[in-house]
Design a protein around this ligand. Structure first.
Ligand code: GDP
Ligand code: ADP
Ligand code: 5GP
Length: 206
């Protein structure tokens, strides 16, 4: 795969660890960052909008998109399908924007296999208790849904060591600073600088 002008980031965490809160803060603070909008077959939660949080589609449409090879990666998470369409990311990377994929560990494995330059960041909660409290406090999910997400949390967290960076989201501001630092540092990676500043480098070396 040829070098893109932007970086591709994978952000994973058990449900409730704070990944949405963190990436939303980053989108506000850094105009070079975009979130990839996934397709899902789950029903929208209160306040979610088609095309903003997700493209909400039925199972048949999702299966059609798989058949058309429209997905960069897709996975079944809980009882629903989730997927990242190719269109959702490559135009932005070509424009030099950093793109965040908020996807689970199964999707992360598929992305890494196809795009080894992707930068993986895993968010951990400070404790199991805090994770449970945050899921309840968010007030978007029914009790049985929360119980199933908590039951899956240990399995999800056991994949933390497949990621290059791990942020423990205890104090939000501290976690947010760590996230910002990773994004800033990744913009100075050599292959990216060589791609963006080709003319400068040619000038300097001629
Ligand atoms: P979870 O992290 O697995 O619990 O699920 P979400 O990330 O979807 O949920 C966290 C909250 O962030 C929910 O209340 C969503 O409505 C919200 N959210 C806002 N924008 C986005 C987005 O672009 N993607 C996702 N995945 N969630 C979003
Ligand atoms: P995720 O997207 O990983 O499911 P959210 O970003 O929705 O998680 O966070 C879950 C809940 O926890 C939200 O209500 C959010 O406001 C809260 N939260 C996030 N980070 C922290 C933190 N560092 N301290 C306390 N509460 C937090
Ligand atoms: P939620 O339904 O709470 O929004 O998300 C549930 C889980 O699905 C989260 O772990 C989230 O990271 C994952 N997810 C969201 N979008 C995608 C996607 O496009 N691909 C994959 N593989 N997982 C996703």
């Amino acid at each position: 795969m040829t070098q893109k002008k932007g970086n591709l980031f994978i952000l994973s965490a058990p449900s409730g660890a704070g990944k949405s809160s963190l990436y939303k803060a980053l989108l506000k603070a850094d105009e070079n960052v975009r979130i990839s909008v996934s397709h899902t077959t789950r029903a929208p939660r209160t306040g979610e909008e088609h095309g903003r949080e997700y493209f909400f589609v039925d199972v048949d449409s999702f299966l059609d998109m798989i058949a058309e090879d429209a997905f960069f990666e897709h996975a079944q998470v809980f009882d629903n399908f989730y997927g990242t369409s190719k269109q959702a990311i490559f135009d932005m990377l070509d424009q030099g924007l950093d793109v965040i994929l908020e996807i689970d560990w199964q999707g992360a494995q598929q992305v890494r296999a196809q795009y080894p330059d992707a930068i993986g960041i895993f968010i951990l909660p400070p404790s199991v208790e805090a994770l449970g409290e945050r899921l309840k406090g968010r007030g978007t999910d029914a009790e049985d849904v929360i119980a199933r997400r908590m039951a899956k949390a240990v399995n999800e967290m056991s994949h933390y060591n497949e990621y290059e960076y791990v942020i423990i989201n205890d104090d939000f501001d501290e976690a947010f600073q760590q996230l910002q630092a990773i994004f800033v540092a990744m913009r100075t990676r050599m292959p990216l600088i060589r791609e963006i500043h080709t003319d400068l480098i040619n000038d300097l070396l001629s």
